[in-house]
Ligand binder design. Structure first.
Ligand code: DX5
Ligand code: ZN
Length: 210
């Protein structure tokens, strides 16, 4: 199991202190929001660049933006190791996958709570991870939506045939209970924001999800 603390819930007034507390995590999940694809604005490539200089942890970048074709390369240049875009935001997912492959970055596709696994079925052999949103994207601290569990099970069946290496990532409302539920049905990566950072002991929270 990989735990990816979502830095959206970190203390932006003292990022270094926040990051030190999650240094045991293999991945850091970075939420990019443009105020258009989602009703919130977060961070851009400059923060990724700063993070890249600070840590060797895998920077897992979740693009919640309307024009990933235009901006994804900037995030790669800034130092992202993995780029996940939303299927709902693109017209030509094949084109964007090719473009990202050329840039030598791992590729993920995310689906919102009302988007079916079926909508990305044919893309499964071409990508490294699927990110199942278990809340409406845009904000941390929301309640886990259980329909994500069916999608994780479905993906876990599909990958057997089409892409055994595919990582199933789940994002939104993850805590010890929901994390276990996701694990049981086949999730490989748990993204957790408020559960990890809104604690005196983030390390302990990370360990509770492993
Ligand atoms: C929501 C983001 C999540 C968010 C998760 O749009 O994609 O990564 O930070 O936060 P929690 O774990 O608090 O639900
Ligand atoms: Zn996210």
């Amino acid at each position: 199991m990989i735990v990816a603390p979502s830095i959206l819930s970190a203390d932006f007034g003292n990022l270094e202190k926040s990051f030190k507390k999650v240094s045991s995590a293999k991945w850091l999940h970075v939420d990019v929001m443009d105020g258009h694809f989602v009703p919130n604005i977060s961070i851009g490539p400059v923060v990724i660049k700063g993070l890249r200089e600070y840590t060797k942890q895998v920077l897992d970048t979740h693009l919640m933006i309307s024009d990933p074709e235009k901006y994804a390369p900037e995030f790669v240049k800034a130092g992202s190791d993995r780029i996940t875009f939303h299927i709902e935001a693109v017209e030509d997912p094949y084109g964007l996958i090719d473009k990202l492959r050329e840039l030598n970055v791992s590729v993920g596709i995310s689906i919102k709570p009302n988007t079916s696994v079926n909508s990305i079925r044919e893309l499964i052999p071409l990508i490294d991870q699927v990110l199942v949103m278990s809340v409406e994207p845009g904000f941390g601290g929301q309640k886990f939506m259980p329909n994500a569990l069916d999608k994780i099970s479905e993906l876990s069946e599909l990958r057997k045939l089409w892409n055994p290496e595919l990582l199933i990532v789940v994002d939104g409302g993850i805590n010890e209970t929901t994390g276990n539920m996701c694990k049981e049905v086949g999730a490989d990566v748990l993204v957790a924001g408020s559960y990890v950072f809104n604690s005196e002991n983030p390390e302990e929270r990370i360990n509770s999800l492993l």
